[in-house]
Design a protein around this ligand. Structure first.
Ligand code: HEC
Ligand code: HEC
Ligand code: HEC
Ligand code: HEC
Ligand code: HEC
Ligand code: HEC
Ligand code: HEC
Ligand code: HEC
Ligand code: HEC
Ligand code: HEC
Length: 322
């Protein structure tokens, strides 16, 4: 009896002991698994850590000089791009090659193991763009990228930029404007080939004078002036006013209510070929006129702007004569 119960007690003890060890192991294992990825993605705010901790937490980073030992050619051309500035960043996760390719210690230890480093071409556009945006996000030209027509149509940074193989060194573009844009925007290409056009092909102005390819938060990715006004006023200052007598649609509907901004077969980039037809989209034939009771449709009256010449607004005439 006693012997039996002693055996039972020993067995119970062992069982409980094993159970505890078991629990200990599982939770440790889980902790390890949790720790591993957070150690890699580490340092959102390493600046707040004391230097000693920072070094141990970032030991996965080897520095650009180490990359150079095996990738000398790439290093040398990269050094001449604006990204050399990242070598001055104190934060290892934002520094040099590893600012984009992630920590390289395992890649180096593996003698160049490609599976142990961030290789851009193996990732989706969303993932690669997100990586670029770790430095180019908030408060910059690219801050609206996530809501842009480009991002929502799966166009990513690398469709237009290349850090190592840029054809156009300014802004690291894969191709210069406007050809870069025409590659995907065939109808814009056709518009700028029309007889009356903003001289984009001639190099006088560029797509990005009016658009921000990274999105603006406004429709058609059109830029606005810091004041919030139409981008057109940047160059056509005389149209801005304010005028004593405003022509209402200029301010309310904008320039595109009468003009096609890219190009047109009509002089002055007008949407329709006959000025009177443009005006009559909004006006009925007025009852008053210069010589009596009514304007009429004779050729003489067709060029409405012959008399209503200050069509964008006037300080002197409520019907825009001068
Ligand atoms: C600004 C982010 C960025 C930085 C910084 C950067 N790379 Fe890259 N790397 C890329 C991208 C993106 C690619 C894909 C090819 C391309 O678009 O240029 C790439 C491709 C590569 C390739 C593949 C081969 C090739 O020529 O495309 C190697 C190797 C490479 N990088 C090494 C490096 C080294 C070494 C450094 C530091 C000297 C470095 N990278 C710095 C973004 C970066
Ligand atoms: C010990 C030499 C060595 C060092 C140091 C080294 N690499 Fe590599 N790396 C290689 C080799 C070799 C390959 C090619 C592997 C292959 O093609 O399978 C490679 C491939 C790569 C690739 C993928 C290229 C591709 O074909 O897509 C990238 C990106 C890369 N290295 C970045 C880096 C970065 C960033 C560093 C510094 C953190 C670095 N390497 C340091 C040897 C090295
Ligand atoms: C549809 C093409 C296109 C896409 C997509 C694109 N860019 Fe650009 N980017 C340009 C053009 C064109 C310029 C030069 C004109 C300008 O400044 O707008 C430029 C300029 C820049 C500049 C320098 C201007 C500045 O001071 O900010 C940076 C940085 C930049 N892009 C980063 C990015 C990043 C990061 C992404 C992805 C989130 C990206 N771009 C996506 C076309 C593009
Ligand atoms: C680690 C931070 C960091 C990352 C990640 C990063 N960049 Fe940059 N980038 C910079 C810095 C710093 C500059 C230098 C100009 C400046 O100070 O704004 C720069 C400049 C640029 C320019 C402007 C070039 C010019 O001529 O004005 C472009 C374009 C650009 N980066 C694109 C990219 C793209 C595309 C990616 C992703 C593949 C990327 N960057 C990832 C830090 C970064
Ligand atoms: C890789 C292809 C590609 C390139 C290169 C490209 N775009 Fe786009 N762009 C698109 C797609 C796809 C859309 C969304 C669908 C659409 O509206 O055509 C878009 C949308 C736009 C829009 C908004 C249109 C709308 O209806 O809201 C503008 C503006 C624009 N792009 C301007 C540019 C400019 C400027 C450049 C050159 C700096 C450029 N794009 C380069 C593919 C591209
Ligand atoms: C003079 C300013 C200006 C220039 C330069 C300009 N755009 Fe536009 N673009 C606009 C405006 C404004 C709209 C919106 C028109 C509307 O909503 O009726 C627009 C609309 C677009 C659209 C939307 C579809 C469409 O055709 O209406 C695309 C795509 C586009 N532009 C691409 C480009 C490209 C590519 C370039 C350079 C080759 C370019 N734009 C140059 C002002 C400009
Ligand atoms: C970056 C400067 C710039 C911006 C921004 C700009 N334009 Fe222009 N625009 C010009 C120049 C320069 C001309 C002179 C025509 C030429 O010789 O190419 C012109 C010509 C025109 C003309 C035709 C004038 C004529 O005599 O035939 C119209 C209409 C016009 N712009 C409307 C607009 C509208 C609408 C916008 C906004 C969507 C706009 N512009 C934005 C620079 C600009
Ligand atoms: C209600 C229609 C209408 C609106 C809205 C409008 N325009 Fe015009 N615009 C015209 C007409 C019509 C002409 C041709 C005048 C002529 O033939 O003498 C013209 C001519 C022009 C010209 C060339 C001649 C000149 O006066 O310099 C420019 C540049 C121009 N517009 C820019 C703009 C800009 C910028 C806006 C937006 C702020 C705008 N327009 C809004 C109707 C309009
Ligand atoms: C997009 C619509 C639109 C177009 C196109 C347009 N207008 Fe207007 N116009 C208006 C509106 C709205 C008013 C203010 C109406 C009102 O107060 O009765 C106005 C006011 C006027 C006035 C001031 C007289 C008044 O009744 O206050 C004149 C003159 C005028 N327009 C002439 C023209 C001429 C000439 C054209 C063609 C070059 C033209 N408009 C094109 C919308 C337009
Ligand atoms: C020969 C010169 C001349 C031409 C051409 C002309 N107008 Fe007028 N328009 C006038 C005069 C004069 C008035 C009356 C001004 C006043 O009441 O002080 C006027 C008044 C107007 C008014 C304001 C009427 C109202 O009821 O208050 C509008 C709108 C107008 N014109 C539109 C047009 C349109 C649209 C065209 C082209 C189809 C046109 N005009 C062509 C001389 C002209």
């Amino acid at each position: 009896m006693t012997a039996n119960s002693q055996v039972a007690r020993v067995l119970l003890f062992l069982a409980v002991g094993l159970l505890i060890v078991g629990i200990g192991r599982t939770s440790f294992g889980e902790a390890l698994q949790q720790a591993a990825p957070s150690a890699q993605t580490a340092n959102p705010q390493p600046a707040s850590l004391p230097p000693a901790n920072a070094t141990s937490a970032t030991s996965k980073y080897v520095g650009a000089d180490t990359c150079k030992t095996c990738h000398e050619e790439i290093y040398k051309s990269w050094e001449k791009t604006p990204h050399w500035k990242t070598t001055q960043n104190k934060e290892p996760s934002h520094q040099g090659c590893e600012g984009c390719h992630g920590p390289g210690a395992d890649h180096v230890a593996g003698g160049g193991d490609k599976t142990k480093i961030f290789v851009f071409e193996n990732h989706s556009r969303q993932q690669t763009s997100a990586r670029c945006l770790t430095c180019h996000g908030e408060g910059r030209e690219q801050s609206h990228f996530a809501e842009s027509a480009h991002a929502s149509s799966d166009v990513g940074c690398l469709d237009c930029h290349s850090p190592h193989h840029a054809k156009e060194s300014q802004h690291l573009l894969v191709q210069s404007q406007p050809q870069l844009c025409y590659g995907c925007h065939i109808s814009a290409k056709a518009d700028f080939a029309k007889p009356f056009h903003h001289r984009v092909n001639e190099g006088l102005i560029q797509c990005n004078d009016c658009h921000n390819p990274h999105g603006t938060g406004l429709i058609r990715q059109v830029r606005a002036l810091p004041s919030g006004d139409f981008v057109c006023y940047k160059c056509h200052v005389d149209k801005q006013g304010p005028f004593v007598y405003e022509h209402v649609p200029v301010k309310t509907e904008g320039c595109s209510s009468c003009h096609t901004p890219h190009g047109s077969t009509n002089p002055r980039l007008l949407k329709v070929s006959l000025v009177n037809m443009l005006c009559l989209q909004c006006h009925t034939f007025p009852t008053q006129g210069p010589i009596g009771p009514a304007h009429n449709q004779s050729a003489k009256y067709q060029a409405c702007t012959m008399c209503h010449s200050q069509i964008h607004g006037s300080n002197f005439s409520s019907v825009f004569f001068k």
